[in-house]
Design a protein around this ligand. Structure first.
Ligand code: NAP
Length: 280
């Protein structure tokens, strides 16, 4: 049985991939940052532990548990746990931006560095990074999240080159809109961390609030279920030659293509219209 460690399994993609891989015969080590979610995962028949990406201690305690459970063998790591901090760049305090990078970049880094010696020792492994279409193109008011996902793209491309002479493969998944608790969680961060009444974007923020609060994106015809991500994770785990990047959803294919062919100003023109129309 091949073992796979997954972060952020309390909801959405992580939860679905954990159950899907277990059904496929993997030994899934599902993690979540809150104890009640760990209990919920255990009740679903998963081996589960607490792992908060913001805490070095939590990462190392979780990895001690993983090594104990698996006798130091781990086939794959699915770096998935993350959140989106909405808000214009100029409305992000240093602390709010730092927090976004703590979770979405530095937590992934620390966990990956803890897993890599184990994979080098066993001589093989797979690391799968749940990035985003917003690691390929940018949209207004997603600057913090864009920054974290662009960083993951550069990080992963570098790591792939550094692992080129090993049998450890690293892949990026690039989902567009997928049903999960992502927007609900982002909305809460928006309310908690952005000074909406005093922003130069106050009037646009009212529309952003309406969109995130009503969870309107789930009615978007381009939104896919989390099984679309599961299919790509399975390929990245099982293919002899996993891809460097897996696109998920039509928006990813479309924007991935436009990014390659258009000059920056032309791409800006399109992306500005996309964000204006979604925040009407
Ligand atoms: N849904 C989309 O449209 C979409 C599109 C592109 C990429 N993605 C990516 O998909 C991944 C999963 O997101 P999702 O869509 O499934 O959203 P979600 O339902 O909000 O799930 C996010 C997961 O990350 C966890 N998380 C947040 N902060 C954490 C921390 N400090 N330590 C450990 N776990 C933490 C959350 O735990 P809590 O419940 O404790 O907060 C939750 O389990 C993310 O990397 C996201 O960037 C999603």
């Amino acid at each position: 049985m091949k073992s796979v460690l997954i972060t952020g399994c309390s909801s959405g993609i992580g939860y679905h991939v954990a159950l899907g891989l277990q059904q496929r015969g993997y030994r899934v080590l599902a993690s979540a940052r809150n104890a009640n979610d760990v209990a919920m995962l255990q009740a679903q028949g998963l081996e589960a532990c607490q792992l908060d990406l913001d805490s070095s201690e939590s990462i190392h305690t979780a990895m001690d548990w993983v090594e104990q459970q698996t006798d130091g063998e781990l086939y794959a790591l699915f770096n998935n746990g993350a959140y989106g901090q909405p808000g214009a760049i100029e409305d992000l305090s240093r602390d709010v931006l730092r927090q976004q990078l703590e979770t979405n970049l530095l937590g992934w880094h620390e966990l990956t560095c803890r897993v890599l010696p184990l994979m080098r020792r066993q001589g093989y492994g797979r690391i799968i990074q749940n990035s985003s279409v917003l690691g390929l193109i940018t949209l207004r008011f997603r600057g913090a999240y864009n920054t974290s996902k662009f960083a993951i793209e550069g990080y992963t491309d570098t790591l792939r080159q550094e692992l080129a002479d090993t049998d450890i493969h690293i892949s990026l998944i690039e989902p567009g809109p997928v049903t999960s608790k992502f927007r609900e969680n982002a909305y809460q961060r928006f309310l908690d961390n952005i000074d909406i009444p005093n922003s130069p974007f106050r009037s646009t923020y009212e529309a952003v609030q309406k969109r995130l609060g009503n969870n309107q994106d789930s009615n978007d015809p381009f939104t896919l279920g989390p099984e679309a991500v599961l299919n790509k994770v399975v390929h990245a785990l099982e293919s002899k030659r996993p891809k460097a990047r897996y696109y998920v959803t039509i928006p990813t294919y479309l924007f991935g293509y436009l990014r390659r062919i258009l000059p920056t100003r032309a791409l800006d023109w399109i992306l500005l219209r996309v964000s204006t129309s979604e925040n009407k």
